[in-house]
Design a protein around this ligand. Structure first.
Ligand code: P6P
Length: 345
């Protein structure tokens, strides 16, 4: 009997996986004429740190790294051991990279001006939430890292910039798999960590958010405190058969909306008139990603990316998602503003 034809494609003929590293270098070669690769190495530092964080998360229950450390951070939140570990890993990786001149983290009160090697080319500020959603850690829920990168002019290291001026942004979702989603301003690319090779391999290119979804994501325990326009919008969603999904971790909730459409909300309430989420390292990077995927990010009073920041940890109301869903909610908010006869919805 003739041997069956071999169906195994020789390794030399298989297309090489598109890794995050070669995506970054190709993108920077295309974008920069000065030969600088600093931005690629800075995002690469974040990807390296995320591999360490993912490994620490996987064994946290065995290493005794679950639970709080008995400290309260600048947000007034109990710091989890893994918050501190993730923060330290990111700072260590980033401060060693040429071009990084200032860091801002959810876990640190003030900006950290880096006294590193003098930048040969561009100079960058990196803002991040090292472990977003860490209250999920003890129960095995998804958590994430969020980052936002700006170019910095000499002498302006501590000037905060509006989200519209970001040059790179993204998140890492630590869930059943470790997913790296980012934008450099030319669409959204998605990579999955392949443990067999220790590299992020492309899993999605120029990701587009559906124009409308059938999911809303909000902490419904707070609904009585939401402005009327938000409550009318949510009532309309329920009447139209929308599903409700809420992981309590922004990265997990926004990732779902990015892929399936719909809307993620953290509205203002009487107790928290600016909501809970932080502009510089949660709202801005996520808003830019969603916008780059064809969606919208709004505070209820205008684009998130146009907010001129006043302080590192300031908070803003957050509406992120499919353009049609965000427009429907903003129309309800505007209706209230009109009927109230003032600028406050
Ligand atoms: P709440 C996590 O603490 C976080 O900053 C975001 O990741 C998440 O979207 C939000 O807060 C959850 O807040 O009040 O619903 O528990």
């Amino acid at each position: 009997m003739a041997e069956p034809a071999s169906v195994v494609v020789p390794l030399r003929n298989r297309p090489a996986p598109q890794t995050l590293q070669n995506h970054l270098l190709a993108a920077e070669r295309a974008a920069r004429t000065d030969g600088s690769r600093s931005l690629s190495w800075i995002v690469s530092a974040i990807s390296s740190a995320s591999k360490v964080i993912a490994a620490r998360l996987r064994t946290a229950g065995l290493d005794g790294n679950l639970g709080a450390v008995g400290e309260v951070n600048v947000q007034g939140e109990d710091q989890q051991a893994l918050d501190v570990i993730a923060d330290e890993v990111l700072i260590q990786e980033l401060q060693a990279r040429e071009g990084v001149v200032v860091l801002g983290s959810e876990e640190n009160d003030d900006l950290i001006v880096v006294d590193g090697p003098p930048a040969q080319g561009c100079r960058y500020a990196v803002l991040f939430d090292p472990l977003d959603g860490s209250s999920n850690l003890d129960v095995g829920g998804s958590v994430g890292t969020i980052f936002s990168i700006y170019e910095v002019a000499p002498g302006e290291e501590t000037n905060l910039q509006a989200g519209r001026r970001q040059v790179a942004a993204g998140y890492v979702l630590y869930g059943p798999s470790t997913i790296f989603v980012m934008t450099l301003g030319d669409g959204v690319d998605m990579f999955v960590l392949d443990p067999a090779i220790g590299n992020y391999v492309r899993a999605g290119e120029k990701v587009r958010i559906p124009r409308r979804g059938k999911i809303y994501s909000v902490n419904e325990a707070n609904v009585e405190g939401f402005p009327a326009g938000y409550r009318r919008f949510l009532d309309n969603c329920r009447r139209q058969g929308y599903g409700s999904r809420y992981a309590g971790a922004m990265v997990a909730d926004v990732h779902r909306v990015l892929l399936k459409g719909g809307v993620f909300l953290y509205p203002p309430t009487a107790l928290a008139p600016n909501g809970k989420l932080r502009l510089m390292y949660e709202a801005n990077p996520m808003a830019w990603l969603v916008e780059q995927a064809g969606g919208r990010g709004d505070t209820g009073s205008g684009d998130i990316l146009d907010v001129e920041p006043g302080s590192l940890h300031e908070r803003v109301p957050v509406i992120l998602g499919s353009p049609q869903d965000v427009a429907a909610l903003c129309a309800e908010i505007a209706r209230d503003r009109h009927s109230n006869g003032n600028g406050n919805a």
